[in-house]
Design a protein around this ligand. Structure first.
Ligand SMILES: [Zn+2]
Ligand SMILES: [Zn+2]
Length: 169
């Protein structure tokens, strides 16, 4: 979605949108939904809002692909690329807001949503917080079923006990 800055009213613009966004960084499997507000403080435009979208990625423990909802709150300032061209870098660190750039008179809202979604991806995706991953001994997926490695250990110990008991008798 593109927003022409001159079309943003003085009192600001509220957007409730759904956008099909693709990314090289992650597979986005649902339209990204966002509610945001744009306020002009020319040449800057403040963008504040929330978004969510479903991504498919790989569990860092069991390597299964799974879908996860990524939600994010953002508060960014759009600055014209001409500011960099003029070397006004001092402005770029003047506040704590994240900065995104626009060129010409158009805001690329999809770029903003994509960037915010990527920023909120977990470093180590987990299919579930208690994913058990693989058994270090046999490589079985421990979340699906216990592979028996530990169990057989217990069993053999149990066998030994039984044996001892028998020997005593
Ligand atoms: Zn997993
Ligand atoms: Zn095992």
């Amino acid at each position: 979605m593109k927003i022409v800055i001159t079309e943003i009213p003085e009192e600001g613009l509220e957007l409730d949108l759904k956008s099909d966004i693709q990314s090289d960084a992650v597979k986005i499997v649902s339209p990204v939904k966002a509610v945001l507000r744009l306020d002009k403080m020319l040449p800057e435009v403040m963008a504040k809002g929330v978004l969510n979208g479903d991504v498919e990625h790989q569990c860092s423990r069991c390597l299964k692909n799974f879908t996860e909802r990524i939600a994010s709150q953002f508060n960014v300032v759009y600055r014209p690329t001409t500011e960099i061209a003029r070397g006004e870098q001092h402005q770029l660190k003047s506040d704590e807001l994240d900065t995104v750039f626009y060129s010409g008179d158009t805001l690329e809202i999809d770029d903003l949503l994509r960037e915010q979604l990527i920023l909120n991806l977990p470093m180590k995706p987990l299919c579930s917080p208690d994913c058990k991953g693989f058994c270090p001994q046999c490589g079985a997926d421990m979340s699906l079923s216990a592979c028996g490695c530990k169990a057989s250990e217990t069993d053999s110990r149990f066998e030994v006990l039984k044996k001892l008991k028998k020997e005593k008798e």
